[in-house]
Design a protein around this ligand. Structure first.
Ligand code: PEP
Ligand code: MG
Length: 888
């Protein structure tokens, strides 16, 4: 028979698929002999079955009963006992951390009978009744969807009736009345009494945690974080311990290293006389963990020694949730902690130095996405005005935007916004995703806002207590300054400072390091980046080239580590003042006029290429022949038509505009992206491609003569059939044969039409190299226009989960990826030494780089700025897959 329940003593940290992250780590800590309250985990498999059938899996409840007996034995307490009741927490915990997205129910086991027992046994009547009212509230809301504000309204009424300001001042009698009032609310909404059988409470709670896997916010979070939707959550049932039993109790969160900077030390927050949820929710402001040393030195010392053991066991930064109950320390959770991108690099390098992990392991622990975040600019502090206030630096970066107080408004805002809230909760997620940054007035580094923002790599300042936020009035006031909704503010997630207005930004130190402006020595982040990049380059198989059209772009690409130009889009050289020459080319009445225009373009093109070859001396430079429809170089049809109409209305001669208008009308296409462009253009406009080939070869010949080492390649765009390529190739070879002193120049093609991918075996006979143009290939494989659809319906598609990510950003492995694999295979079968690369946007996307490595490409080419990201991922691709992926 299937088995669904595992005691904490049975599991270990490697069983996350089965027990979820929290369950696996609770088991690991239990095995290490750490003080974990007794409990057990219901597997994710049980959840999947429950969600599939809508029923508890057969045998599950009996198993729960068995394991409950063990917990009762270990604690010496019994569930529902009117004298010494056991109370349970029921917590969700999937394979991947989803902070605050699913449900937790505390104090299960309290009933009219056992509350009296708890009061008597604990000598704390107030605590017992307060726990009971919390159970009814949490249980009602979570299991039966009773609106939270109805309970809140009763709580507010109870405070008013008692004439007190805080919940803590309510007396036992007040709380007893409140329990009655809560029960009425519960009955009114559910049509039944609050369950008095503790086992029934437990089973209902387990079911509701299962269901919370599919809560809207959880589904949205998973989509955002690319967590599969079908994993299900485990459920952890654990004996309750209480941090809210007086000043010798409390609860806290600790990190073994600073999750913001990676610095070694003891970091965390502690809240005296409070339950764990109070810290995570950021509802009350906390004290630094160090202060615990003065309050409870014994527990503090024990915590430090546990933290050290956890670091050794997990070989990484751990974060920890703990509770102290009457001076006794309990561990409630640990996991390998989330961290900022900077901390990820710094910690990986520290752990190499400490001898804990290898270079390969360190490289596995940092990602291209993290490096990308480190390459964002930050505020120029010299130009910053005096800060309005300083909060907790919760998630680094610089964000400026208009103030919005409401997450729904933030989610639909048309301009950059900063979400300003007292605190956030999981319902704020859409607004947090949409905002540039998040600013809260309450809570510390472990508040909801901080944890979620760090996970998203979004700038966040929290706990800026001086801010007085009045949502009704639409204002935030600080030290006499009143800001209104819509006013621009700037927040610095690295220093915690908040500024009025938009503060200028300055480039990231990591970018300055890549540029060669900053030396890495002595700077923990820069030296960590250098070390990991060096290792990535060392292990990578895939080369990284850059898409660069100008000398300065190529120079930057080279500084950033590119070993070639994978795509020079020559059409960019036809803009500006040269437009006029292109106009003459298009309007040419006969061959003589056309060749005259081309002859004028030739030296200009030659100079462009000479500059590129100089910057990329000794490395390949792939020059793509002109690709876009020529009318893109002419004025827009509407503008011309309006000008001509105006001239005619005034009885004037429209002159040149009239000629242009006729040409534009003649060349008008309904679907220009599927029209006269790419190789088709070269085949219908005599001399155009030949001029470009000549410019490449002459520039190269001159550079050779000057002692340089140019390595040009000529690339034909938009080929769909080998005959097109053969024709262009013959023309190009004829031109090349007539130029003395040029180095050998390879001729290849882009693969960006699905037909080209499928007939790659034929095309390879005429191509020495392939470069996948995955922008066009994606457009044509899906049949949607890359210029139109992202704004039109991608948002909806992402919302519906049809895409996990835009296929224009991350390669669609199943569809477009399959075309890539087919083309590589057929191309290399026909020509074993075929060189294959990619130059679409995907060449700089971390997940896509790993795909291209696995598909056996030789290089990826991306914008200069993304070159370091691609280099890092090219290295990671080799060590993430066993033994690399050299499929050649
Ligand atoms: C491509 O299609 O992927 C490509 C690189 O060409 P362009 O973006 O210039 O069409
Ligand atoms: Mg293209």
């Amino acid at each position: 028979m299937a088995r669904y329940v595992y005691d904490f003593v049975e599991g270990n940290k490697d069983l996350k698929d089965l027990l979820g992250g929290k369950g696996a780590n609770l088991a690991e800590m239990t095995r290490m002999g750490l003080p974990v309250p007794p409990g057990f985990t219901i597997s994710t498999e049980a959840c999947r079955e429950y969600l599939l059938t809508g029923n508890m899996p057969v045998g599950l409840l009996a198993e729960v009963g068995e394991h409950l007996r063990l917990v009762q034995q270990r604690t010496g307490k019994r569930l529902g006992d009117p004298h010494n009741p056991l109370l349970l927490s029921v917590r969700s915990g999937g394979k991947f951390s989803m902070p605050g997205m699913m449900e937790t129910i505390l104090n299960i086991g309290l009933t009219d009978a056992s509350v009296v027992g708890l009061a008597a046994q604990s000598h704390e009547e107030r605590f017992a009744w307060d726990s009971f009212r919390r159970l009814i509230q949490m249980f009602g809301r979570t299991v039966f969807d009773v609106p939270a504000d109805e309970f809140e309204a009763e709580l507010t009424a109870a405070r008013a009736a008692a004439g007190v300001a805080t919940d803590g001042e309510l007396s036992v009698a007040d709380l007893q009345h409140l329990v009655d009032a809560y029960k009425k609310v519960f009955h009114a909404h559910t049509g039944r009494d609050f369950p008095q059988a503790p086992h029934e409470q437990l089973y209902l709670a387990i079911g509701s945690v299962f269901r919370s896997w599919n809560a809207d916010r959880a589904v949205l979070y998973r989509r955002q974080e690319r967590i599969p939707q079908d994993l299900g959550t485990a459920v952890n049932v654990m004996a309750m311990v209480f941090g809210n039993r007086g000043e010798d109790s409390g609860t806290g969160v600790a990190f073994t290293r600073d999750p913001a900077t990676g610095r070694r030390g003891v970091y965390g927050d502690y809240l005296q006389n409070a339950q764990g949820e109070d810290v995570v929710a950021g509802i009350r402001n906390t004290m630094g963990l160090g202060e615990l040393a003065g309050i409870d030195p014994g527990s503090y010392r024990e915590l430090l020694s546990i933290m050290e053991r956890l670091e050794q066991r997990y070989r990484d930064l751990c974060d920890i949730e703990f509770t102290i109950e009457h001076g006794k320390l309990w561990m409630l959770q640990t996991r390998v902690g989330k961290r900022t991108p900077a901390a990820a690099f710094v910690i990986a390098a520290q752990l190499i130095d400490e001898g804990t992990i290898t270079l390969d392991e360190a490289l596995r622990r940092v990602t291209g996405e993290q490096l990308a975040l480190l390459m964002f600019p930050s505020f120029d502090l010299a130009a910053a005005p005096k800060a309005l206030t300083t909060g907790v630096a919760a998630s680094p970066g610089a964000a400026a935007g208009a103030i919005v107080f409401d997450s729904a408004h933030a989610a639909v805002a048309k301009r950059p916004v900063v979400l300003v809230r007292r605190e956030t909760n999981p319902d704020d997620l859409p607004g947090m995703i949409a905002a540039q940054g998040i600013l809260t007035s309450r809570g510390g580094k472990t508040s909801h806002a901080a944890v979620v923002a760090r996970g998203m790599g979004k700038t966040c300042v929290c706990g800026a207590e001086e801010l007085v936020i009045d949502v009704e009035a639409g204002t935030v006031t600080v030290a006499g300054t009143v800001l209104h909704e819509g006013d621009v503010i700037s927040i610095d997630g690295t220093s915690g400072k908040v500024y009025a207005g938009a503060v200028p930004v300055h480039p990231s130190p990591v970018v300055r390091y890549f540029e060669g402006d900053l030396a890495p020595y002595g700077d923990p982040l820069l030296s960590a980046v250098q070390r990991l990049m060096t290792h990535a380059d060392h292990v990578a198989r895939l080369a990284v080239h850059a898409n660069a059209d100008t000398g300065p772009d190529a120079a930057r690409a080279r500084r950033f580590g590119a070993t070639g130009v994978g795509l020079c889009r020559t059409e960019h050289m036809f803009l500006g003042q040269r437009r006029e020459l292109v106009e003459r080319l298009i309007l040419a009445a006969d061959d003589a006029e056309r060749y005259a225009a081309l002859a004028e373009l030739l030296p200009l093109q030659r100079d462009d290429f000479a500059e590129l070859f100089a910057e990329m001396d000794g490395q390949p430079v792939t020059v793509r022949l002109i690709d876009p429809p020529l009318h893109e170089f002419l004025p827009a049809l509407e503008d011309l038509a309006a000008r001509v109409a105006r001239a005619e209305a005034l009885g004037e001669d429209p002159g040149h505009d009239g000629v242009l208008l006729t040409a534009v009308r003649r060349m008008h296409e309904s679907n220009p992206m599927l029209g006269l462009r790419g190789v088709r253009l070269g085949l219908v406009i005599p001399g155009l491609f030949a001029m470009q080939v000549r410019a490449v070869a002459e520039a190269a010949a001159r550079r050779v003569a000057a002692g340089g080492d140019p390595r040009p390649e000529i690339m034909v765009p938009l080929v769909g059939t080998v005959q097109e390529l053969e024709t262009v190739r013959a023309e190009a070879e004829a031109v090349l044969a007539g130029i003395d002193g040029a180095p050998p120049i390879r001729i290849g093609t882009m693969i960006e039409v699905p037909r080209a991918a499928l007939t790659a075996g034929q095309i390879a006979h005429a191509a020495e190299f392939f470069s996948f143009g995955t922008n066009d290939l994606t457009q044509m494989a899906w049949g949607f226009s890359r210029d139109d659809v992202e704004g039109a319906f991608f948002g909806r598609y992402l919302e519906l989960g049809i895409f996990g990510a835009s296929p224009f950003e991350t390669i669609d492995v199943d569809g477009v990826g399959e075309l890539v694999r087919i083309a590589v295979e057929r191309g290399r079968a026909a020509r074993p030494d075929l060189v294959v690369g990619v130059c679409g946007e995907h060449g700089g996307d971390p997940a896509s780089v790993r795909f291209f490595d696995a598909a056996g490409l030789d290089y990826v080419s991306c914008s200069p700025f993304r070159v370091p990201i691609a280099r890092l991922e090219a290295g990671r691709a080799q060590i993430l897959t066993e033994g690399g992926s050299d499929s050649r």
